[in-house]
Ligand binder design. Structure first.
Ligand code: BES
Ligand code: ZN
Ligand code: ZN
Length: 519
């Protein structure tokens, strides 16, 4: 557990074990914050020089003080050259500094940390404290509930004390509270993604969501069980679930703002709790990663937990179709044709292209029931997206330029970055079928599996709804080189992006009036 406190004492006067200083590359070794630490380290400027700390981006140094009374550590964290760096990049570097501080506290078992925040010309101390806190809390997360050797438990409890001026104290505190809410949501999504798939299956997943929502007055939950899915003719979700002993669940969480709003945003996430590929079974190498094939569902549902606290003034619907994709005597077969909620049909040529089948029902059901102005769906949909964009950017598809611009902006600000792919009708023909309305895989010579999957989904969203599809297959787990992750495990991707987009009214303000009201 990481706790936070705020002090108007200057850093060197805090009674902590680690003094953390964050510097850009043009810092001075004679800076007053450094000189005041002389009481713990003699000749501190010289020590910093010997340590070769230059303040370059992502640099993280730690050294021991030499005062007689007690052991003190000094941590130095670099932000590079402020002037040549965009605000969104600086934010990332601050998150990295927060994460590296936690890595140091884990390594040296340091429980009390004092932090002095740097000044920046366009980011406030509150902004900086926010990013530092996000970085620290994401770094702290470790899926360790099955680790029995205490030496392999990495988490170190700590109290982080920010040294702030009395004028800054209140806004920094508020900002840290918001960061805490956001990071908790991201870590909840990571926990679901990391959970062993024999424990996390549709019904246990939806039950956990129900429990977490208890007592949250502005959220309500509706779960469509198999019977209701049958009544609603949701052939996609039912088809994929057929091979599993676990019944499907369609989880819908509604957020109602205090003031009535005429804007409704739906967030829809793929919830395949394990994807074996079904009858078109996957090779065994790496199949364990398919426990995180519900990352989209985890993202939209844990976003709602933060929404409940942060209370934006818009209506938000989260929808998470949940299934397990298994091969068995009762499984969906290549050659089958399924009929979705909106009566469209799809020929199944590969049962491993299952995410689009459950999203199809979810998208048209949400469109029909809630008539949202905006839909954002998130899905670990295609291996092709991992090949195209790798681990650092999600694939973003839409025909709506203005919507794309705002969501990409939110993605850069939040650190959950997305990159737009061409979404031209030329790709549409790839999913034509001779025997049904569409086919669940693209014809081989069209390639671009990520985009053709996006076009499959486009059949289930009305033209009147502004829609973005995010393929998070690459970014949802095992992201390297980010100290706030651990190179392995779920990242909770999409949560920070959705919260940024939904709680900062600037983005939606710019998108008004919606296409719907123009018509
Ligand atoms: N869940 C996978 C996509 C995936 C791959 C996610 C790697 C994360 C990492 C999805 O259901 C899938 O299997 N897609 C197929 C589609 C193909 C059969 C058209 C794929 O990408 O191979
Ligand atoms: Zn699959
Ligand atoms: Zn899948």
């Amino acid at each position: 557990m990481i706790k936070f406190s705020f002090s108007t004492d200057e850093l060197s006067n805090l009674s902590v074990d680690l003094y953390a200083l964050i510097f850009s590359s043009n810092f001075s070794k004679e800076d007053s914050s450094i000189i005041s630490l002389q009481k713990y380290v003699q000749n501190i400027s010289l020590v910093i020089e010997k340590q070769e700390f230059s303040g370059k981006a992502k640099q993280a140094n730690i050294f021991l003080g030499n005062a007689a009374d007690k052991i003190h550590y000094i941590g130095l964290y670099g932000l590079g050259n402020f002037n040549d760096t965009s605000n969104s990049e600086i934010k990332e570097l601050i998150r990295v500094a927060g994460a590296n501080t936690i890595r140091h506290s884990e390594k040296y078992k340091i429980g009390l940390i004092g932090v002095s925040l740097p000044a920046h010309s366009s980011l406030s101390k509150a902004d900086i404290a926010y990013e530092f806190t996000i970085g620290a809390l994401l770094a702290h997360y470790h899926f360790d509930e099955f680790i029995t050797n205490p030496n392999k438990k990495l988490k170190q409890d700590a109290v982080i004390t920010f040294s702030v001026s009395s004028e800054e104290k209140k806004i920094v505190e508020e900002s840290v509270v918001k960061a805490y809410v956001v990071a908790q949501s991201v870590n909840q999504a990571r926990y679901w993604g990391d959970q062993t798939p024999s424990l996390l299956y549709p019904c246990s997943f939806s039950n956990q969501v129900k429990t977490l929502l208890e007592g949250k007055k502005n959220l309500s939950i509706k779960i469509l069980e198999k019977k209701e899915c049958e009544k609603l003719n949701m052939g996609g979700i039912l088809g994929v679930a057929k091979g599993s002993i676990h019944e499907p669940q369609m989880v819908i969480v509604e957020y109602e703002p205090k003031k009535r709003s005429h804007v409704t945003v739906a967030i829809v996430g793929k919830g395949v709790t394990f994807d074996t590929g079904g009858i078109s079974i996957k090779p065994s190498d790496g199949m364990e990663d398919m426990k995180d094939d519900m990352a989209g569902a985890a993202a939209v549902l844990s976003t709602m937990l933060a929404i409940s606290e942060l209370k934006p003034n818009i209506n938000i619907i989260a929808c998470a179709p949940m299934v397990e994709n298994m091969p068995s005597g009762s499984a969906l077969k290549p050659g089958d044709i399924v009929t979705f909620y909106n009566k469209k049909t799809a020929e199944i040529k590969n049962t491993d292209a299952e995410g689009r089948l459950i999203l199809a029902d979810a998208l048209c059901y949400v469109t029909d029931t809630y008539k949202p102005d905006f839909i954002i769906d998130l899905a670990t949909l295609t291996g092709a997206c991992v090949v195209a964009l790798g681990k650092f950017f999600a694939g973003l598809m839409t025909k709506d330029d203005a919507f794309a611009k705002e969501l990409i902006e939110a993605s850069l600000e939040s650190g959950d970055r997305a990159w737009r792919l061409p979404f031209h009708d030329d790709y549409k023909k790839a999913i034509e079928s001779e025997v049904a309305d569409i086919c669940n895989i693209g014809k081989g010579n069209y390639k671009a599996g990520t985009i053709t999957a996006g076009f499959f989904l486009s059949n289930f969203v009305s033209d009147k709804t502004r829609w973005i599809h995010l393929d998070i297959a690459g970014v949802a787990m095992s992201v390297p080189d980010k100290p706030y992750f651990r190179n392995y495990g779920a990242t909770g991707s999409g949560v920070r992006l959705l919260i940024e987009f939904l709680t900062n009214s600037n983005y939606l303000e710019k998108l008004k009036p919606s296409k719907k009201t123009e018509e």
